[in-house]
Design a protein around this ligand. Structure first.
Ligand code: TZP
Ligand code: MG
Length: 217
């Protein structure tokens, strides 16, 4: 994956869309220009079994239409079964080096990290990118840690300048710039797009905010 694909990294599960059809929300987000998508099916009412496989296949097909990487959160079996482009794991989701051995270089591997030590470990395990946060307060992850601000990204970036990072947690169009200025290649968001009245427009505005913040000078 190249770092431009991390610019606006949309994350969603079927329970994140405030009652709207999740595939319709994903389609709007893709039209608006999200550059990566992660299926994160969690929480009460999360799909399982065949309905999950069907939903994942629908997400994959939409992402393919737009040439956007389709990443599955924390479910290697589902990732393999749907022919996903990648897998994203948290610190509690198993050993990243072991998962890298199992998937080889056929799939993108993303790892969540909360400090420089976790970033170092993920990097040696072969992570392609890190998700770091929560940068700001979030309502989308009930067990999220306290907001860390952008300092977390600044320190990981200065320790490992070549390791692509996406910031996560409470990021919206109006607070995305500091995340990029701290050294992230992109921002990952759930609610800024999934809860937006107009997800296409929200995606487009985020893309623009990230583009402006990435421009040198
Ligand atoms: N990990 C850290 S914060 C978070 C996850 C999955 C939720 C991000 O959602 P939102 O709505 O963009 O704050
Ligand atoms: Mg997880």
């Amino acid at each position: 994956m190249n770092r431009e694909q991390l610019a606006v990294y949309f994350i969603m599960g079927s329970g994140n869309t405030a009652g709207r059809d999740p595939l319709a929300v994903l389609g709007s987000a893709l039209r608006g220009g999200v550059t990566c998508f992660q299926l994160r099916e969690k929480g009460p009412g999360a799909l399982k079994g065949e309905p999950l496989a069907d939903f994942a296949a629908g997400c994959r097909d939409l992402c393919r239409q737009y040439g956007v990487p389709f990443i599955v959160n924390d479910d290697l079996e589902l990732a393999v079964a749907t022919g996903a482009d990648g897998l994203h794991i948290g610190q509690e989701d198993g050993n990243a080096a072991e998962i890298r051995r199992r998937i080889g270089n056929r799939m993108i591997l993303g790892v969540s990290a909360h400090d420089v030590n976790e970033a170092a470990a993920a990097r040696s395990a072969g992570a392609d990118y890190l998700g770091m946060g929560p940068v700001y307060g979030t309502r989308s992850k009930p067990d999220a840690r306290a907001a860390s601000g952008t300092e977390l990204i600044t320190s990981a970036k200065s320790a490992y300048p070549d390791l692509p990072i996406v910031g996560i947690g409470g990021i919206r169009e109006d607070n995305a710039a500091p995340v990029i200025e701290a050294g992230a290649s992109g921002v990952s968001v759930i609610s800024a797009i999934a809860h937006a009245g107009d997800p296409e427009r929200a995606a487009r505005e985020l893309r623009q905010a990230v583009r402006e913040a990435l421009e040198p000078g």
